[in-house]
Design a protein around this ligand. Structure first.
Ligand SMILES: [Zn+2]
Length: 171
């Protein structure tokens, strides 16, 4: 396994629409393993393939608490089929937007369809942090970031800050 570099704001690749995974081969499985290693090292609870520059509908997650056994999940071509009516407020961070957090209200439960590493299709009802994380990661697959929940003015301020930071780092 290998740790991969994570793309950060304002990298335009993060805005790309990810395409479905057509075939689960060794390359896809290795990418999923590398993404898990990258996510654990960050550390984070979720990572989408586009965040390491691969525009495919592939997500890894692990929302286990620190004192629990790891629960790595690989979701291939995940699709939300239903959203719960209740909402949940959570302060979200994003590995592509370092040192930025935003409280976001999203549906508290989701029904999800996805393909696992063996190619088998599953349906899953998720609640709590898992429901939040799944929605966050599927947003990535559609080129959407948590700053899109801000007003355009506030969003521009965050983007400007990261552009400035990127310029400083490249000096
Ligand atoms: Zn993110």
């Amino acid at each position: 396994m290998a740790k991969l570099p994570i793309l950060t704001l304002p990298d335009p690749v993060l805005r790309k629409l990810s395409q479905p995974v057509e075939r689960i081969d060794a390359e896809v499985l290795r990418l999923a393993d590398d993404m898990l290693e990258t996510m654990y090292a960050a550390p984070g609870v979720g990572l989408a393939a586009i965040q390491v520059g691969v525009p495919r509908r592939l997500v890894v997650l692990d929302v286990a608490e620190d004192d629990e056994q790891p629960q790595p999940m690989t979701l291939i071509n995940p699709e939300i089929v239903a959203l719960g009516e209740l909402t949940r407020l959570h302060e979200e961070g994003c590995l592509s937007i370092p040192d930025f957090r935003l409280e976001i209200e999203r549906p508290a439960s989701v029904k999800l369809r996805y393909i696992d590493r063996t190619g088998e299709q599953h349906e899953l009802t998720a609640e709590g942090l898992l429901a939040t994380a799944i929605q966050h990661e599927i947003n990535h697959l559609d080129g959407k970031l948590i700053i899109d929940f801000l007003s355009p003015l506030k969003r521009d301020m965050v983007v400007r800050k990261f552009k400035k930071l990127a310029r400083t780092e490249s000096l």
